[in-house]
Write a protein that binds this ligand. Structure first.
Ligand SMILES: *Cc1c(COP(=O)(O)O)cnc(C)c1O
Length: 392
């Protein structure tokens, strides 16, 4: 842990500048802070007042900058910030946030002393972890707030809903633990078929009943990710954990739309070379593309080393408000686009890899489709090698 903390000291969030012109590289990630704040406001206004927000800012807020997103979330009165690792919690702590931190996922016993010392809320899904937390709390002479994690069907973490009743007497006997929250997680909240989500909700409600019968009523009851926030109001209880929605990306194509929500992240670059190919000329590694006719192409200085998917003759980028197809295979540091149908394109033109330009937009979902993945993977995939620039 101490090694990790000293690493963090030199590894702070990259300094973001407020002007839109980044000097360090011809490729960058833009984070629109005004949009982020609007998204949080729209989510807040969409929820009944008794439902609190626990924004999920794990993995550097899906690559958007945990501190940037946490700052915006504070304006709508976040009750908790949810993260996944101790390093993520420590970044927020060191930045001076007072909002309590909720650690999602499972913990190793070695992680617990730091959690107790800093008051980070652990999600407890194992008896052994509850026992160790209780021991540490007793040793420190304090009561430690914890959240009981229930497995209602996700099958990863937490106490199985059908084993809770049997385990409760032992859990509740442990001294110096304050069962502040009870959590579970949806496996399928954002798809059209809500059958399984509703089954999970039913199991969660039965578990709450078990807790109440055992004499405890956790102050925070939370089950909803973004899909649940949008589509399962019966599961809101009094706390929700949206992640991707605040970033302006809907968790799926079929979930409810919240009007006004728009993407916070754009990924941009400049054309660093514009050149001609004669018929038959190849372009790039492996000669995966040969010009069928005379072509005018542009080179974009972004590759899989930046988190761009390793596509081959697939995908598009925006140049002068038009969709230019990718040609050849994406390399570590660069890829090529066909500019033949964008004759006005010039060296140093701005290229949009994710986001809007003119009337066109390339969404995280578009990139996910080309990659054969999900939008979450695209958002977190943009590496720190691309400077983050805050705008708005
Ligand atoms: C990541 C995560 C969330 C947020 O999910 P989104 O789909 O991004 O809203 C909520 N709860 C838990 C337990 C998570 O791991």
């Amino acid at each position: 842990m101490s090694q990790v903390l000293s690493l963090l000291e030199t590894d702070a969030e990259p300094a973001a500048v407020s002007a839109p012109a980044p000097a360090s590289r011809s490729a960058w990630v833009e984070i629109d802070v005004a949009r982020l704040r609007t998204n949080f406001r729209l989510i807040r206004e969409d929820l009944p007042p008794h439902v609190g927000l626990a924004p999920v800012v794990k993995d550097n807020a899906y690559g958007h900058g945990a501190l940037t997103v946490a700052r915006a979330a504070i304006e709508v009165g976040a009750r908790f910030f949810a993260v996944n690792t101790l390093e993520e919690a420590d970044e927020l702590r060191r930045a001076g946030f007072r909002t309590p931190l909720l650690l999602l996922g499972e913990r190793h016993p070695d992680e617990l002393p730091a959690c107790v010392a800093h008051g980070w809320r652990v999600c407890v899904g194992e008896l052994a972890i509850a026992r160790e937390l209780s021991r540490l709390a007793t040793e420190a002479g304090r009561t430690v707030p914890v959240h009981l994690k229930l497995d209602t069907g996700m099958g990863r973490f937490g106490v199985r809903w059908d084993e809770l009743a049997a385990m409760l007497p032992e859990l509740l006997r442990l001294p110096h633990l304050d069962w502040e929250g009870v959590a579970s997680h949806f496996a399928m909240s954002d798809e059209a078929d809500k059958t399984f989500a509703l089954l999970q909700l039913e199991r969660y409600q039965a578990s709450l009943q078990n807790l109440i019968e055992a004499g405890i009523r956790p102050r925070f009851q939370h089950l909803c990710n973004s899909g649940g926030v949008l589509d399962l109001p019966a599961a809101h209880f009094n706390l929700v954990r949206p992640g991707i929605l605040a970033l302006g990306v809907f968790p799926s194509r079929v979930c409810r739309r919240l009007p006004g929500i728009a993407p916070v992240m754009s990924v941009k670059a400049r054309l660093v070379s514009v050149r001609r190919l004669q018929p038959g000329d190849p372009c790039g590694y492996g000669l995966r593309y040969h010009a069928p006719t005379p072509r005018r192409i542009g080179i974009v200085p972004v590759g899989y080393g930046d988190g761009f998917p390793r596509l081959r003759n697939a995908g598009e980028a925006l140049v002068r408000g038009r969709r230019a197809p990718l040609i050849g295979s994406v390399a570590m540091d660069a890829f090529a686009v066909d500019l033949t149908d964008v004759p006005e394109a010039q060296l140093w033109d701005e290229v949009v890899l994710q986001g809007r330009q003119g009337g066109e937009e390339i969404t995280a979902q578009d990139l996910a489709r080309w990659k054969g993945s999900v939008s979450y993977d695209i958002l977190v995939g943009w590496r720190a090698r691309l400077p983050r620039v805050r705008v708005g």
